[in-house]
Write a protein that binds this ligand. Structure first.
Ligand SMILES: [Zn+2]
Length: 218
């Protein structure tokens, strides 16, 4: 299970304590974001980008997503940050450490997808927990953000957030169909190197994110 280091963007193992390339650790993020509260709503618009009535529309999109994928959740954090590296590190930090108010207590952050949006640079990042590793690639998260980006550039923040969430649902629906057709291909991706998580746990996840058939396609 690989991820990109949120600081230097080189590939590192999920279970690494520190990035072997730049030395980044969770403790660095902790020092950097000591002032950011860790008890958050799933939609934490700390930069105040959403206008009256828009918050409900974004929250409704988040709820639709969770009805389609009952094991997963989407969270959004807006803030004012220094640069894209800080945005990625914040996403990584929050998804590791924050507790999200609306989630049931047994919902792990590893099943979450967090969109962080910087008000100053209008840059966005998407961080996802390791339970999503078999299903999401960087091109997928880029695709979701890219479709939202023109709306964000125009200041249509809610529209962009809804678009990103809807695109994420489309991607996950496609990936879960592929996993059902070719479970072996997905299991190969799940084999853990050295001290990774057990493959059984991930194989269960492969079944677990099968979309809820009662929900209409997005
Ligand atoms: Zn690094």
């Amino acid at each position: 299970m690989e991820m990109k280091c949120p600081r230097c963007v080189q590939k590192i193992h999920r279970a690494a304590d520190a990035c072997p390339h730049c030395g980044f650790t969770l403790a660095d993020a902790e020092a950097c974001f000591a002032g950011v509260g860790l008890h958050l709503r799933c939609l934490a618009d700390t930069a105040g980008l959403l206008r009256r009535g828009e918050r409900e529309r974004v929250e409704a999109a988040m709820e639709r997503f969770t009805r389609r994928f009952p094991q997963l959740f989407v969270a959004i954090f807006t803030g004012t940050l220094a640069d894209a590296a800080e945005l990625r590190q914040l996403g990584f930090w929050l998804l590791n450490r924050a507790s999200f108010e609306e989630l049931p207590p047994n919902q792990p952050n590893a099943a979450g997808i967090l969109i962080t949006l910087d008000a100053a640079s209008k840059t966005a990042a998407m961080t996802f927990g390791y339970l999503l590793d078999p299903f999401l690639e960087e091109t997928d998260t880029f695709d979701c953000l890219w479709r939202a980006h023109s709306r964000w550039l125009e200041g249509r923040y809610a529209d962009g957030m809804v678009k990103a969430i809807e695109q994420l649902a489309i991607v996950l629906r496609k990936r879960s169909r592929q996993a059902r057709r070719n479970p072996a291909g997905f299991e190969r991706k799940l084999l853990p190197p050295a001290h990774g998580k057990t493959p059984q746990r991930h194989a269960e996840t492969a079944k677990a994110i099968t979309p809820n058939p009662a929900q209409p396609p997005p």
